[in-house]
Design a protein around this ligand. Structure first.
Ligand SMILES: *[C@@H]1O[C@H](CO)[C@@H](O)[C@H](O)[C@H]1NC(C)=O
Ligand SMILES: *[C@@H]1O[C@H](CO)[C@@H](O)[C@H](O)[C@H]1NC(C)=O
Ligand SMILES: *[C@@H]1O[C@H](CO)[C@@H](O)[C@H](O)[C@H]1NC(C)=O
Ligand SMILES: *[C@@H]1O[C@H](CO)[C@@H](O)[C@H](O)[C@H]1NC(C)=O
Ligand SMILES: *[C@@H]1O[C@H](CO)[C@@H](O)[C@H](O)[C@H]1NC(C)=O
Length: 316
């Protein structure tokens, strides 16, 4: 037994020392109103970079994924250019609220703020609802907070071509911290603003404790960016550093299994660093598949180690 155990244990310790948490994110792209043709480009861009931040992405447009069991496997839910009020049914909204109460994290991108427009907890979790935007044009984004992971790689004055959203309220009212604003002198908005969105004009923000959580719940983090309209945007490294930084920061809420052993939601599966793609099967929209390869491979080692302890105690 001893000679068989030793290599196994050496192997296991090497394996475990390389281990990294693999967070899982459910990217929801269902649209009932306007559908951005950049959605496939965006999903592809996120999937292509996900392993660089130890994240696995599942993409779905199926509202039935919003049930307790399925959501509980995710470290964050990301609404990507979703549109429409009814894109989750009542059961889906209830499961989503419960997920947020259990420490689930949320990320919203672009039209996510024009989604579930009459669902109060969602509006608070995101921070503010979309009002209208002037036509797509060039504008200069200003970094308000350069210490946040979503802005660290951005120039202080960042030229973009995108839709400059106006919002129906000030996200700062629910406790959000604005990290990006837009210089309103650098583009034209002929629309009429009926709401106070605060100043300077909010474009991207975070919430340390997502305001969509109900009292008594464990609040995860929330991050939102209004940028991301065009295909070209999703092919731009600067923009991707903004989104990926926002995702990484959100997961570090430490309220899910990616960074918290006592968390109740999250993937909770560890993989060897640099080995993400080979040990993980589910790039599908199923969400119920789990990578059990490593968990299983550790069992004989554990069994072997325990036997050694028993044997050594016996012969003491
Ligand atoms: C954006 O990319 C998608 C494919 O990912 C393509 O179908 C669509 O036509 C592109 N949009 C534009 C405006 O080029
Ligand atoms: C807008 O910016 C893009 C690059 O993002 C540039 O190619 C284009 O010429 C600019 N358009 C105008 C009208 O300045
Ligand atoms: C905003 O843009 C205008 C016009 O380019 C410029 O004069 C002004 O200095 C900019 N403001 C800030 C805060 O960057
Ligand atoms: C989560 O854990 C990381 C790593 O231990 C730490 O740097 C970070 O501050 C923690 N976040 C919170 C919100 O406690
Ligand atoms: C870890 O998860 C537990 C269970 O949800 C929660 O009570 C605790 O606050 C979490 N830890 C952190 C650092 O958020």
């Amino acid at each position: 037994m001893w000679p068989k155990c030793i290599p196994l244990i050496l192997l296991a310790s090497a394996h475990l020392s390389l281990a990294a948490s693999l967070a899982k994110i459910l990217v929801y792209t269902r649209t009932l109103n306007f559908r951005h043709d950049s959605i496939p480009t965006a999903v592809e861009a996120l999937k292509a970079r996900s392993s660089s931040i130890d994240v696995e992405i599942d993409n779905t447009e199926d509202q039935n994924m919003f049930n307790d069991e399925t959501l509980s496997a995710y470290d964050a839910v990301l609404f990507l250019s979703t549109t429409g009020d009814g894109m989750l049914d009542d059961a889906g909204k209830t499961a989503f609220q419960k997920y947020l109460n259990l420490g689930g994290n949320f990320i919203g991108i672009h039209a996510a703020s024009d989604t579930l427009n009459t669902t109060a907890f969602y509006g608070q979790e995101l921070g503010a609802y979309f009002d209208y935007h002037p036509e797509l044009q060039n504008a200069t984004i200003l970094v308000l907070d350069d210490s946040h992971p979503s802005t660290q790689k951005l120039p202080t004055e960042w030229p973009v071509q995108d839709e400059m959203y106006n919002f129906k309220s000030d996200p700062r009212d629910v406790g959000a911290v604005v990290v990006l604003t837009v210089n309103e002198s650098t583009y034209t908005d002929d629309g009429t603003r009926q709401y106070d969105q605060g100043s300077p004009h909010p474009i991207a923000w975070y919430q340390e404790h997502g305001a969509g959580v109900q009292s008594g719940g464990t609040a995860g983090r929330s991050f939102y960016t209004a940028l991301g309209h065009l295909n070209e945007t999703w092919q731009d490294d600067t923009f991707m550093s903004h989104v990926l930084g926002g995702i990484q920061w959100t997961l570090l809420a430490n309220t899910t299994k990616a960074f918290n052993d006592s968390a109740v939601v999250g993937n909770g599966v560890t993989v060897a660093a640099g080995n993400n793609s080979s040990t993980n099967s589910s790039q599908t929209s199923d969400g119920n598949e789990h990578d059990s390869a490593l968990t299983v491979s550790v069992w004989p080692v554990w069994y072997c180690a325990m036997s050694m302890v028993v044997v050594s105690l016996y012969f003491q």
